[in-house]
Write a protein that binds this ligand. Structure first.
Ligand code: ADP
Length: 444
């Protein structure tokens, strides 16, 4: 690896790769995705359905009308601009709204419509005339709870008597006081307190129990236990619904403890490929030469939009400073920014208000940057041991097939690291073409 980088790693330990960074935190990543997403992520795959009772007829809906929702709720759905159910909704909603209620475990990547689905299910099940809690939804963090609550409130805005209350830190009604909201949304510890310590909720009245972001949940200390304790108190008749963006074994074990006799719905995530990407490299002597190469490239990359990746925060901030000192428009997406500031910046970038974004892996990981047609690897992505981090390489420049968009990836590589390019070529069975500084004029 780059000597500077190696030295930095030695000096500061792995921290320099931001692995300890709070933005590595899955809850923050999930929140960030919610904040920047404005539309549905559609998958080219079909939903896989595993029914608890394989003999019962399987059906999916094509319209929200088919669900026979209350008028006010249907109006709320349409007012949000939802014309028809997403893939996951088309299959999950009939099960979620069936009578007698059925339990469900649903897994699909973020942005596929899970939150909207359970918001609708809760709003559809509550009896507005009864002013006490009937639905509980657990979220992993304060911010995620508020975000989900907002969706429920918006969808239910024409359901006049339906209220949402937040069982999160800072909101502490006095012991034994009456809660008239039908829907409680909160974090597991606080919900547990509300149910058992403060006795604010008569759990025997709960008819829907939702556990959102199960994969994030199990990574927060104490959340699994608290969730299971809340779940155990629910009446036998209570409908259990669990959602997750990913489904590793640990999530699965947890899901089985929360949801008895479940129907299971899964939607596969589309794989990234390098098929539509033209990859190039320029061999450079040192960091400074990488920089001057980048400056030569600037005319080309700013025709479209570009993301420039650096291995460390330190290099990213050095690079963005250098670029702006030299009069180039650039923004730095840094791990030091608050999640909402980061979301704001990515938003501006997506809207084309910013042309060039300099960042590190951690900052951009998990964020969908499909529209970016040029990616510059100012540094090749490396593992802590100095070997090529293939997964991150693919994640930085790969695109899903469905967009069919062409992209360009430019690798600025120090001569001593050139062998890594061959390793990448071999790994992905792909070609990375050599460019010289003078070739750039031809590219324009
Ligand atoms: P998830 O919970 O799987 O991350 P969301 O329910 O938050 O997904 O939906 C992702 C985005 O798509 C949100 O902006 C949401 O408003 C929107 N959305 C959800 N369902 C639909 C739909 N049926 N039609 C159009 N947009 C939708």
């Amino acid at each position: 690896p780059d000597f500077e980088q190696a030295k930095e790693v030695e000096e500061k330990g792995t921290n320099n790769f931001e692995t300890e960074d709070e933005f590595e935190n899955p809850a923050n990543r999930s929140l960030l995705n919610k904040l920047i997403r404005r539309s549905l992520v559609e998958s080219p795959y079909n939903v896989e359905v595993l029914q608890r009772d394989p003999k019962s007829p399987l059906y999916s809906v094509k319209t929200f009308e088919e669900l026979h929702l209350k008028r006010a709720l249907l109006d709320g759905v349409y007012a949000m601009g939802f014309n028809r159910p997403s893939k996951i909704q088309a299959n999950a909603l009939p099960m979620m709204l069936a009578d007698p209620p059925q339990n469900l475990i649903a897994q699909s990547q973020s942005g596929t419509g899970k939150t909207a689905a359970f918001a609708l299910a809760m709003l559809s099940r509550v009896e507005a005339k009864k002013s006490y809690p009937q639905c509980i939804c657990l979220s992993p963090t304060f911010e995620l709870a508020l975000q989900t609550g907002k969706v429920i409130e918006e969808m239910g805005k024409f359901c006049d008597e339906v209220k949402v209350v937040y069982a999160v830190r800072g909101n502490r009604p006095s012991r034994g006081s009456h809660i008239d909201a039908q829907i409680i949304i909160g974090t597991p510890g606080t919900v547990m307190d509300w149910c058992f310590k403060l006795r604010l909720v008569d759990v025997s009245n709960i008819s829907v129990f939702v556990l959102d972001e199960a994969d994030v949940m199990i990574n927060v200390q104490g959340h699994s236990d608290h969730s299971i304790r809340v779940k155990r108190a629910m009446p036998k008749t209570c409908q259990m619904l669990l959602f997750s963006a990913t489904f590793e074994d640990s999530v699965w074990c947890f899901a089985e403890r929360i949801v008895p006799d479940p129907n299971i719905i899964k939607l596969k995530k589309e794989e990234l490929t390098l098929d539509n990407i033209q990859q190039f490299y320029v061999a450079c002597e040192c960091k400074e030469q990488k920089y001057s190469t980048l400056c030569n490239l600037y005319g080309i990359i700013t025709i479209a939009q570009a993301i420039i990746f650096c291995q460390t925060r330190k290099i990213a901030s050095w690079l963005s400073r250098q670029l702006s000192d030299d009069g180039h428009g650039v923004v730095l997406l840094s791990g030091e920014l608050a999640v909402s500031d980061r979301a704001h910046m990515i938003h501006r970038f997506r809207e084309g208000k910013e042309k060039v974004l300099v960042t590190t892996n951690v900052c951009a990981r998990g964020i969908d940057v499909e529209q970016v047609s040029i990616v510059v690897n100012f540094d090749l992505p490396l593992n802590v041991d100095g070997s090529v981090d293939y997964e991150t390489y693919l994640h930085r420049i790969g695109r899903t097939g469905r967009f069919g968009k062409k992209g360009i990836a430019m690798n600025l590589v120090e001569k001593k690291c050139l062998h890594m390019l061959q390793e990448i070529e071999k790994q992905f069975k792909t070609r990375i073409k050599k460019l010289n500084n003078q070739d750039f004029d031809d590219m324009e």
